[in-house]
Design a protein around this ligand. Structure first.
Ligand code: NAD
Ligand code: GLY
Length: 389
């Protein structure tokens, strides 16, 4: 089992004023690829978020058919003074369209409009749009700047930050992609008001994740404030987004390309990936699968002697309070594999797997995490203990 050592993280300091108007900027330090994450209610209409945008004649806003009608006009207004031409493409909504075919539609629009290599792409939407737009920016003319304008909680606290971009392949999720950092991230908390409650819960899974892997004081704070966060309290959401981005920035700035510590951000994702793939992508939301996957990964960590039963119970309780499932589904495999073997077979195609060995993010007492392996027999026991039926 390999251990990952950490530089210290500045402790969480909740802002007791919890003003709905609070605005924060979190820096992410990556040398010449460093950028700011602007967070606030009304951030898209706030000129401070748009100072010093990359100069170009053309910008393309990539969005989808749900988010575009709600928020594209406001973003167009915000950047109209900087770019002579601002085009918009609205892709169909859904993980099913995060594929090569729809990536090509972004390139089609860019080429139809003779977009040059200075053109700036703006990703307006959740993680699907952010991942696709980032990958399009990485590829178009060998790389153009892009800006993330995330509109789901999940994308504000996780996917818009850190430069992982991708599309899915029928054989696996996010299998085709690149590390490519945005020029900035602008998180407008007002966008969360139109988010369906199920999507808020899915985003909270990625927020909760940061507690056990890096900061138990943040987990304490989430326990105190979970009900109001679910109810959309803007001042508390601002702090949750800020702290999540701080922790993600702290991890990514140490390991941009995931050769070590960055893998801890995948806590719960190995089991979660099996749930998503085994049920068919889109049946459970990514955050739902991650929430349940964290419960399973906590049980595995306990069986390996890294945490006690009280910590497993604590995590299970907060994940449940966030409105997320805590029991894994049965994966009915057409080839007749048992439930546990179906999980294991999906986990072996996880990007963290090496030479067929599944690698898990395991949590430790005190709020840290490490990468480890476990015997199949132990993993089977965890799956059987944690699944319905
Ligand atoms: P999503 O992009 O599918 O958005 C969820 C739903 O909410 C969609 O129907 C979307 O149209 C809708 N929506 C978005 N903003 C809205 C708003 N403000 N109001 C109303 N509806 C709104 O899903 P997601 O959870 O944001 O992201 C999941 C994706 O992110 C997955 O593809 C996952 O692989 C990826 N991801 C990437 C990273 C990374 O580091 N790059 C990290 C985590 C997840
Ligand atoms: N969402 C995991 C990562 O960005 O590494």
């Amino acid at each position: 089992m390999s251990s990952v050592s950490f530089a210290p993280l500045v402790p969480f300091q909740p802002d007791n004023s919890v003003s709905a108007a609070a605005a924060y900027t979190v820096p992410i330090a990556l040398g010449d690829r460093s950028y700011p994450i602007h967070i606030g209610a009304g951030a898209v209409a706030d000129a401070r978020a748009w100072a010093n945008l990359p100069k170009a004649q053309t910008a393309l806003i990539v969005t989808n058919t749900t988010v575009g009608p709600l928020y594209a006009a406001a973003l167009q207004d915000a950047i109209a003074g900087v770019y002579e031409r601002v085009h918009v493409i609205a892709l169909p909504d859904g993980e099913a369209y995060k594929d090569w075919l729809h990536l090509q539609r972004i390139f089609d629009v860019l080429l139809e409009n003779q977009a040059d290599r200075k053109t700036v792409l703006f990703a307006l939407g959740g993680g699907v749009i952010g991942d696709m737009t980032g990958f399009a920016a990485a590829c178009y003319m060998r790389g153009v700047p892009f800006v993330q304008v995330p509109t789901t909680l999940l994308s504000q606290v996780d996917s818009s930050v850190g430069g992982k971009t991708a599309v899915n392949h029928p054989a696996g999720k996010n299998m085709i992609g690149a590390f490519y950092q945005p020029e900035r991230v602008v998180c407008d908390l007002n966008a969360l008001a139109t988010l369906p409650p199920r999507e808020v819960s899915a985003g909270l899974a990625e927020v909760i994740k940061y507690g056990p892997i890096a900061d138990l004081s943040f987990l304490d704070w989430l326990e105190r404030n979970m009900d109001e966060l679910r109810n959309g309290h803007t001042g508390l959401l601002a702090q949750a987004v800020k702290r999540s981005c701080e922790i993600k920035a702290w991890v990514v700035s140490q390991d941009e390309r995931e050769s070590g510590i960055r893998a801890i951000l995948n806590f719960g994702h190995t089991f979660g990936h099996a749930i998503e793939a085994g049920l068919g992508f889109g049946t459970w939301l990514h955050g739902e699968a991650v929430g349940c996957g964290m419960v399973m990964a906590a049980h595995l960590s306990e069986r390996l002697g890294l945490i006690d039963a009280a910590m497993v119970a604590r995590l299970t309780a907060i994940i449940s309070r966030a409105g997320l499932p805590v029991k894994g589904p049965q994966l009915n495999d057409p080839s007749g594999l048992s439930n546990a073997d179906a999980y294991l077979s999906h986990m072996r195609v996880d990007k963290k797997a090496q030479a067929g060995d599944i690698r898990f993010v395991l949590i430790e007492a005190g709020g840290s995490a490490k990468i480890g392996v476990a015997e199949d027999a132990l993993v089977r026991e965890v799956i059987e203990a944690c699944c319905d039926g």
